[in-house]
Design a protein around this ligand. Structure first.
Ligand code: KG4
Ligand code: ZN
Length: 362
């Protein structure tokens, strides 16, 4: 096991690098500290177009990758010699974006002579739950390509406990909605997933219908907090199906139809109903998985895990321990989760053999 890892993540519109250290004196589940966590997001630029333009996201990745890696190393206060390995997201994602991170990581691994650990982005998301604490000395930096802010790392404090196994994982992001049963690190069984749109995608598409900017999840959530979900009934697809699959594209269509046919409704009530419908669907199937497999822990991950109402609803209704990343910055795409997954991975690749895989699955 390596003591320090540089993580690199470029699967979509975030360019991220982080340095994490592992204290071998602690038990295996504990002792992972973030020394630096840098995220440059082109979401503000993408927002002007209502969604991601892959070509443009890739260009932004290319502009940001070297400065972001450099900042992550500087903030960690380690020298390059003190970094033991590099972990990189190699899929799934947008091919142009992925290539930037993968080719950079390959080059650095070769030039610096470091082991290279390939990480599946989807597995990486779950590892946001395994980061033990954030170093007091360093900084977590969240920079937009248009503006820069550097909140100090100790804003995020210490995480109490890490999940143990077996555990049900619910991944809810812009591109994925998956239920997984983890029996150990890197040992998991796929239980079900969305048949069409992902939960985050549904938030984003509904937000667009409501005239809200991209990314739509946080916007709907903000509006929903002041609305009344009971005023507008929306269909709940697949609630009675016996499998552990989800479907969200019908909800987007129902929202489009509702907007077409009704004039006197409040946007905040529709937002509240959309959010509640998505949460109920996620909750029902997670509950079903918990019962079916007799598991008493759940971890949520991915951008939609930043939704406070979702984590609260799961905690209230499941009667099992529910883990979620300690801060929103670890729910959305970041490189700390990739480095953390790297700590527990036993896979190393020869740099020249690694290929980005946009269609990688769980
Ligand atoms: O994991 P992520 O950063 O990127 C992917 O790998 O897809 O997830 C982005 C998604 C977007 O669809 C965004 O609308 C959603 O996460 N999201 C939220 C919230 N924050 C981000 N959805 C609901 N509520 C939120 N608070
Ligand atoms: Zn993601």
């Amino acid at each position: 096991m390596y003591k320090t890892i540089l993580g690199i993540e470029t699967s979509c519109d975030e360019t991220a690098a982080a340095v994490l250290s592992f204290d071998p004196a602690q038990d295996k589940q504990k002792g992972i500290r973030i020394l630096s966590n840098i995220v440059a997001s082109s979401a503000a630029i993408q927002s002007k177009y209502g969604g991601i333009i892959p070509e443009q996201a890739a260009r932004e990745q290319l502009k940001s990758i070297i400065p972001v890696i450099q900042e992550a190393i500087n903030e960690s206060r380690l020298t390059i010699n003190e970094i033991d390995a590099i972990a990189v997201t190699f899929g799934p994602g947008l091919i142009g974006s992925l290539l930037v991170g993968v080719e950079t990581a390959k080059t650095l691994a070769l030039v610096w002579n470091k082991p290279l650990i390939p990480v599946n982005h989807l597995v990486g998301h779950f590892y946001a739950n395994f980061i033990d604490k954030v170093s007091k000395e360093g900084k977590v930096s969240e920079v937009s390509n248009e503006s820069t802010q550097n909140p100090p790392l100790d804003t995020f404090g210490t995480f109490d406990t890490s999940p143990t196994f077996p555990i049900i994982g619910l991944l809810v992001s812009g591109g994925h909605t998956d239920l997984v049963l983890f029996t150990d690190h890197n040992k998991y069984q796929y239980l079900g997933g969305t048949r069409d749109d992902a939960a985050g995608e549904c938030f984003d598409k509904c937000a667009r219908l409501l005239g809200l900017p991209y990314p739509g999840g946080p916007e709907i959530s903000k509006l929903a907090a002041t609305g009344d979900a009971s005023k507008i009934k929306l269909p709940k697809p697949m609630t009675n199906s016996k499998d552990l699959d989800f479907s969200f594209s019908g909800l987007k269509t129902a929202v489009a139809n509702y907007i077409d046919k009704n004039k006197n409704y409040k946007h905040k009530d529709l937002a509240a109903s959309i959010e509640q419908t998505i949460i109920e669907s996620l909750m029902n199937k997670t509950l079903q998985a918990v019962k079916e497999y007799g598991i008493n822990q759940v971890m949520i991950a991915g951008g939609v895990a930043a939704n406070q109402a979702l984590s609260e609803a799961l905690r209230k209704s499941l009667h099992v321990r529910v883990f979620s990343p300690s801060h929103n910055i670890f729910c959305t795409d970041n490189a700390s989760m990739i480095a953390a997954a790297g700590f527990f991975s036993e896979e190393i690749t020869k740099p020249l053999d690694l290929q980005a895989n946009p269609n990688l699955s769980l």
